[in-house]
Design a protein around this ligand. Structure first.
Ligand code: F0G
Length: 458
């Protein structure tokens, strides 16, 4: 294998600056040992998210100049609509400024208290928007999808037996829609297979339940199908994407991921009456039908991004770059979720940092050490983010896995950055005393990870 090699050359650069270690020690302390509270300009390599952080192409930047900022009927909307119809086959295209608004509009119109929505794993905002309607978000991913060291090509699959049983137990009338997240972000950016998508679609259709994708990373999922599933190696990613969408009734999309744009999203669906209802809500909360909270130029950037994202040279490099980082970490003996997903490497921090007890947050401590020693920002998806409190004893109950996510922005960092990240992990592995346990000094009642403050324990 000769790759991965970036299939582009650099035309514009954005300088990044490495502060001295003393400065980083000071910055992270002032940020109360919470990487969300750092200033982004004090970070050298930022792996907080792959969302909205893509580098746009020269083609997208030039598209900004032909942004038509008319309130109604701007030309960029028609381009946006045409590209999305071409990829998804859905008839009605409703623009929104980011994914969670698509979720809000869909769920506020479809769900009633007591309803349930099954999926492989719901992303946080999807779950929150479902729960906000008094409904329940249910994760039915296959068991392999929850086992970090089990290698399986499609860990994002839905367990078909569990889905059938779920429908039987809950009853069709309480399930206004079924969903599937491609790729499955919360489960490690793992793909679902076409076979699984087809089966999920068949079960839902037999029961008259509409099927929607959360399609934020559909192109990465389609590329995994091309690489790993029998019968797809000779199909183009675009053909595969069209087949994926043909099994559903609609999708929500955050274009901040596979739209290769810094802002944007959409809802796409076939059913006309529902589309009319959703459009009315859109106009109420987001914007007119032909811009939905985006500027004309942003619509153009998304349209062009979606044309670029199914390019197979790009996708090959994208998936291989993530794998390249994963392989280097594995070679250095750092435990990660296997195989690597489409957009991120998930480090099994609970296993890696074994000198810190659970209640001093080993995963979070690793994010602090990565910044202090190497200027890298990562995000803990573990004990701080997901702990539940026992009602009586107030003791924290921790999730099964204490993970640290290294999300890779699209087209932003080179393979030399990947090597740097891997070296940083090796350095921390060789110097475990640099990772120090933490104690919480402030926490908000909900979503505490964003604003939590800590002290290091001796
Ligand atoms: N669905 C999935 C699968 C996502 O990963 C995200 C965002 C959303 C929906 C919401 O989209 O941010 O445009 O409103 N994920 C980001 C992340 C924030 O870091 O994983 P949004």
């Amino acid at each position: 294998m000769l790759g991965p090699v970036e299939p582009y050359r650099v035309k514009v650069i954005e300088p990044i600056r490495m502060l001295s270690r003393d400065e980083r020690v000071d910055k992270i302390k002032k940020a109360s040992f919470n990487v969300f509270l750092l200033r982004a300009e004090d970070i050298f390599v930022d792996l907080l998210t792959d969302s909205g952080t893509s580098a746009m192409s020269d083609n997208q930047w030039s598209g900004l100049m032909i942004g038509d900022e008319s309130y109604a009927g701007c030309r960029n909307y028609f381009h946006f609509e045409e590209v999305i119809r071409d990829i998804t086959g859905f008839r009605n295209i409703i623009p929104v400024h980011q994914g969670r608004v698509a979720e809000n509009i869909l769920f506020s119109n479809l769900l009633r208290p007591g309803d349930s929505v099954p999926s492989n794993c719901h992303f946080d905002t999807t779950r929150a928007n479902i729960e906000n309607q008094g409904a329940e978000a249910v994760d039915l991913v296959i068991d392999e999808g929850r086992q970090p060291d089990v290698d399986h090509p499609f860990k994002g699959n839905i367990d078909i037996d569990k889905l059938a049983e779920f429908i039987k137990n809950v009853g069709v009338e309480k399930i206004p829609l079924g969903m599937m997240t491609i790729t499955n972000n919360t489960g490690g950016g793992q793909p679902a297979s076409m076979e699984n998508i087809r089966k999920v679609s068949a079960i839902l259709r037999e029961n008259g339940i509409p099927f929607f994708f959360d399609a934020a990373r559909f192109a990465e999922n389609a590329y995994f199908i091309k690489m790993r599933e029998k019968g797809y190696s000779d199909k183009s990613v675009k053909e595969i994407a069209r087949e994926i969408f043909s099994y559903a009734d609609g999708c929500t999309m955050s274009a901040k991921k596979d739209g290769l744009a810094n802002i944007g999203g959409f809802l796409a669906l076939n059913e006309e009456n529902l589309a009319t209802t959703l459009t009315n809500t859109l106009i109420l909360i987001e914007g007119y039908r032909t811009y939905g909270g985006m500027a004309g130029r942003d619509l153009e950037a998304v349209a062009r991004g979606l044309e670029e994202v199914t390019n197979e040279d790009y996708l090959e490099y994208r998936i291989k770059q993530v794998e390249y980082l994963g392989n280097q970490l594995t070679e250095s003996g750092i435990p990660i979720i296997k195989p690597t997903g489409g957009h991120a490497v998930f480090v099994d921090a609970g296993n890696f940092i074994d000198h810190i007890p659970q209640h001093h947050y080993p995963g979070w401590a690793l994010t602090v050490a990565l910044y202090r020693e190497a200027g890298i920002r990562s995000v803990e998806i573990g004990n701080v983010m997901f702990a539940k409190k026992d009602r009586e004893t107030k003791k924290e109950i921790y999730p099964a896995l204490d993970l640290v996510r290294l999300a890779i922005p699209r087209r932003v960092y080179s393979n030399s950055h990947m090597e740097y990240i891997a070296r940083a992990f090796k350095y921390i592995k060789d110097n475990p005393s640099y990772v120090k346990g933490l104690k919480i000094t402030y926490e908000a009642p909900m979503l505490r990870h964003f604003t939590c403050r800590f002290e290091e324990v001796a």
